[in-house]
Design a protein around this ligand. Structure first.
Ligand SMILES: Nc1ncnc2c1ncn2[C@@H]1O[C@H](COP(=O)(O)OP(=O)(O)OP(=O)(O)O)[C@@H](O)[C@H]1O
Ligand SMILES: [Mg+2]
Length: 287
């Protein structure tokens, strides 16, 4: 598959501001011109710019995979030739059977794993070429939430979140305010002094979301965030992730939660055996 980026640039060239008649009428093409999700890969022909109209700057994708493949040292091919682009502000589900490369894809975004070939761009920067000393800066721009919360068991909700700030050298006078603000966002203002063992699984996941948000990252990744939660709590956590997305944060969620995906009808990217087999703008879990 041809890398998405070049097509996106062409698509945006079709609708320079102030050029009458250049805005496509049908929804798919209009979405494509905005750089929206799956519709952007529709491959619809676009009008050339009239003479003298400057080429608009291409919108920088929040995440771009450009022909990315990943083979682990044991020979397992986890990701095969994936090219996709996620625009700033999108909410995307990544679905697919177990072992199809969802977590591997996520890990390559925050540089936990490197691809064997291809490029991964975050905010337009190729993170595969990022010097190791710059990785902590990337991690502050990419919040990550896991299925198993990964909280420090002997620290309270407040301390778990504060720790994420303290290790990056945020001035200590700023820490209490920022922690309180983010605990408020996730609905845990009243539970700040609870230890993980004193909280429900849903509350613990809220703490881990607060920790992921405390650096105010433009991008939030959640790898099966509801995998350990009952259906009602899963729904609440997905609602919270949707609300966070409305606060101008790009959100990417891997999930096996069919019900939630089918109700929310957001962009769905389906993987099978490491390859993208479906990418729909208002998708369902099973196509
Ligand atoms: N560190 C690793 N070393 C070797 N093989 C790995 C490693 N991590 C994952 N794999 C393999 O790569 C493939 C993709 O794994 P991955 O964890 O990305 O799948 P997944 O879609 O997230 O699965 P699940 O839905 O079970 O979380 C699997 O075959 C897995 O066994
Ligand atoms: Mg996984």
């Amino acid at each position: 598959m041809e890398p998405r980026r070049s097509r996106n640039v062409t698509a945006r060239a079709a609708v320079p501001p102030g050029v009458p008649g250049a805005v496509p009428e049908d929804g798919e093409t209009a979405a494509r011109a905005r750089g929206d999700g799956a519709a952007g890969r529709a491959g619809v022909a676009v009008e050339p710019l009239p003479p003298g109209v400057p080429e608009p700057a291409p919108e920088v994708a929040a995440i771009e995979f450009d022909r990315v493949s990943k083979t682990y040292p044991n020979g397992v091919v986890a990701v095969r030739d994936v090219s996709l682009s996620i625009a700033p502000g999108e909410f995307v589900f990544i679905v697919g059977p177990t072992g199809t490369g969802k977590s591997t894809l996520m890990k390559m975004i925050y540089r936990e794993e490197l691809p064997t070939s291809g490029r991964v761009l975050v905010d337009g920067r190729d993170v595969t070429r990022l010097p190791a000393r710059h990785v902590p800066f990337l991690r502050r721009r990419v919040g990550v939430v896991f299925q198993d919360f990964k909280l420090l068991p002997r620290r309270t909700a407040r301390e778990n979140v504060a720790f994420a700030l303290e290790v990056t050298g945020v001035p200590s006078r700023e820490v209490p305010r920022r922690v309180a603000d983010v605990l408020e966002v996730v609905g845990l203002a009243g539970r700040a002094d609870a230890l993980p063992g004193e909280m429900s699984a849903g509350e613990q996941q809220r703490v881990s979301i607060a920790r992921a948000l405390v650096h105010r990252p433009p991008l939030l990744l959640a790898d099966e965030p509801t995998g350990n939660l009952d259906p009602d709590t899963s729904w609440e956590i997905m609602q919270l992730l949707s609300q966070i997305n409305l606060r101008a944060t790009t959100v990417v969620v891997t999930t096996h939660d069919k019900m939630v995906v089918d109700v929310l009808r957001r962009r769905v990217i389906a993987l099978d055996a490491g390859a993208v087999v479906r990418d729909q703008r208002r998708g369902r879990y099973g196509g």
